[in-house]
Design a protein around this ligand. Structure first.
Ligand code: NAP
Length: 328
């Protein structure tokens, strides 16, 4: 029987045991579409899961990887046929269903999306769950009134995967972008993506004023915690925040005053969207939201380098997106 290589996480005492294994399709979680995975990537959730943090994975063994791009090998779902180029992210892959860190994946057809015209397999993986989150954030902010010319849009956690793609998308669409990063030495990278200003992280304050100088028309928030609280205090009247991350903390200590005096809007973003919304946003990502600097944002590694890069992400030593070439 044909075997393939997968990176599995097994139950361990204090942290999961990481293992490269030779598997066959029957070893994978069930599904009616089998995909030869060309590329996967590393998202923050994968890094947390690989260390057993936040109880992301509860049943073992599990193949991690919350996104993948590949070619359908066989399908019992009539919507797909061998050779179709597809992307899968979310729906529990890499969490409670075997995910993308494997040369072959098997998933239900309802989770599979054809890659939109104009995007390659590599593009789809370089974007992945992170690029979709950036696109969904922009889509939701624009539905809530954000448009170029209203003032700067702040992107925090700026060197991260979602944020790097968001800067690129926003700048290309005509927004003025301020990048906030803990790595000021990366200012040339952030400017190359289209940021017109790079600022350092804000320090948490003990007793902040409920409102500060109004600065941002929009904000894309990877960080949460004290940074998100600060954003609520510094948005322009009517300003829109897309909040999807908690890289800096899950708490939110603010007041109602920015909401009732400035009419700011705080939008929650969950990238695990239903399929019709995914298709709508991915089609925008392939056209009017299309990033211009994906090749610069995405570094490529081979499967063997995956464990080291998962660790690096939690240590804050990765920049942009990390794509795994499954054939390397
Ligand atoms: N809601 C959803 O559906 C969804 C989807 C995708 C991602 N997410 C979440 O979004 C966040 C970003 O994901 P990602 O894949 O882009 O991760 P990532 O590549 O690791 O980026 C996170 C960035 O946040 C900044 N950061 C890290 N630790 C921080 C801290 N303690 N305080 C302040 N800033 C810190 C760093 O940027 P700088 O060094 O440049 O400051 C880092 O590059 C994660 O929390 C992830 O779980 C949620």
């Amino acid at each position: 029987m044909h075997t393939f290589k997968a990176f599995r996480l097994l139950a361990g005492d204090s942290a999961p045991i990481r293992q490269f294994a030779e598997l066959s399709v029957d070893d994978l979680s069930p599904g009616n579409v089998v995909i030869d995975v060309a590329f996967s990537s590393i998202n923050y959730k994968d890094a947390l899961a690989s260390k057993g943090l936040n109880a992301i994975i509860r049943a073992w063994p599990r193949i991690g990887g919350i996104d993948l791009a590949g070619t359908v090998r066989e399908s019992a779902d009539p919507r797909f046929r061998a050779g179709d180029e597809v992307v899968v992210h979310g729906f529990g892959i890499g969490v409670d269903h075997d995910g993308g860190h494997s040369q072959v994946a098997r998933v239900p057809g309802d989770w599979v999306m054809r890659i939109p015209d104009g995007l390659s397999l590599f593009d789809a993986a370089a974007l992945g769950a992170a690029g979709y989150t950036a696109g969904l954030s922009l889509h939701l902010m624009e539905l809530n009134g954000l448009a170029p010319g209203q003032g700067p849009v702040l992107v925090d956690g700026a060197t991260g995967g979602v944020a790097s793609v968001a800067i690129d998308m926003l700048a290309r669409r005509g927004y003025q972008v301020t990048a906030m990063s803990g790595k000021i030495a990366e200012a040339p990278y952030l400017e190359s993506l289209g940021a017109s200003e790079v600022i350092g992280r804000v320090a948490p304050e003990d007793k902040p004023k409920p409102l500060e100088k109004a600065r941002w028309a929009g904000a894309v928030d990877s960080v949460g915690g004290a940074t998100l609280a600060w954003l609520t205090r510094t948005m322009q009247p009517g300003g829109v925040i897309a909040a999807f991350g908690n890289a800096g903390g899950a708490e939110l200590a603010t007041t109602v005053l920015p909401f009732i005096l400035r009419g700011i809007r705080l939008l929650g973003v969950n990238a695990n969207s239903p399929m019709p919304l995914r298709e709508e946003v991915w089609n925008k990502i392939a056209s009017e939201y299309r990033p211009a600097r994906l090749a610069e944002i995405a570094g490529v590694i081979g499967m063997n380098e995956l464990p080291e890069h998962l660790d690096r992400m939690l240590e804050g030593r990765l920049r942009g997106r990390t794509v795994i070439d499954m054939r390397r």
